[in-house]
Design a protein. Structure first.
Length: 215
């Protein structure tokens, strides 16, 4: 009978191999953006496409794994910006700038996660980026809602209001960032200032929660 230690020993190489395949997928996505194909990713990893399918199932499975990888990193950066020792306005601007800097630094990754390829391969025709990207945005909205609720005293109904604000702010960042990345009508700093001005209403007047880390 297989021992727990043996099972763990087998799992570690499998986890390591999965990370290596995701790193190969990242390299292809950085090069090809939304046009990144399973064939190209398999070639980059030095394996056949059936082996790639064995690890991720299909392009949707690979997409979800890449989305989690990049969303986890973005959320860590956003939390660090929110918790930095600075005035609230500065932290709001830092949070907005962190998101925009992330999509500016890796635009091909952003486009892969948020926009479908125009020339999807027939074998991948069933892959719907929009269907997969919506949960990603919802996760960002829920995480930001928790941050707002934990740090700002919004009075009665604060939990629901924090969720409305969390999803609203993420929608604003996504919509404005998508437009900005495509057209570059202004500097990133100018966009951050304009978005912060838009938010700087009731949030500026709200009190921090007693005993909490503040926002």
């Amino acid at each position: 009978m297989e021992t727990t230690q043996q099972a763990a020993g087998q799992q570690r190489p499998a986890d390591q191999r999965r990370r290596e395949l995701l790193e190969a997928a990242d390299r292809v996505v950085l090069r090809d953006g939304p046009q990144a194909s399973m064939n190209a990713i398999a070639a980059e990893a030095g394996i056949t496409k059936p082996i790639l399918y064995r690890h991720f199932g299909d392009k949707g499975g690979l997409y979800r794994a890449l989305a989690k990888r990049h969303t986890d990193a973005l959320l860590d950066a956003l939390r660090a910006a929110v918790d930095a020792p600075a005035e609230r306005r500065e932290r709001v601007e830092a949070t907005l700038d962190t998101y925009l800097a992330a999509i500016e630094a890796r635009p091909q990754v952003y486009r892969f996660l948020m926009h479908p390829a125009e020339d999807t391969q027939p074998s991948e025709a069933g892959f719907d980026v929009g269907r997969h990207s919506a949960p990603l945005l919802r996760r960002l909205g829920e995480e930001l809602a928790k941050v707002i609720y934990d740090r700002v005293d919004l009075g009665p109904g604060s939990e629901q209001l924090a969720r409305v604000w969390g999803h609203g702010i993420v929608g604003m960042m996504h919509g404005a960032g998508d437009w900005w990345l495509s057209e570059r009508p202004c500097s990133r700093a100018e966009l951050v200032r304009c978005l912060a001005d838009l938010l700087w209403g009731r949030l500026a007047a709200a009190s921090d929660r007693a005993g909490g880390p503040g926002f």
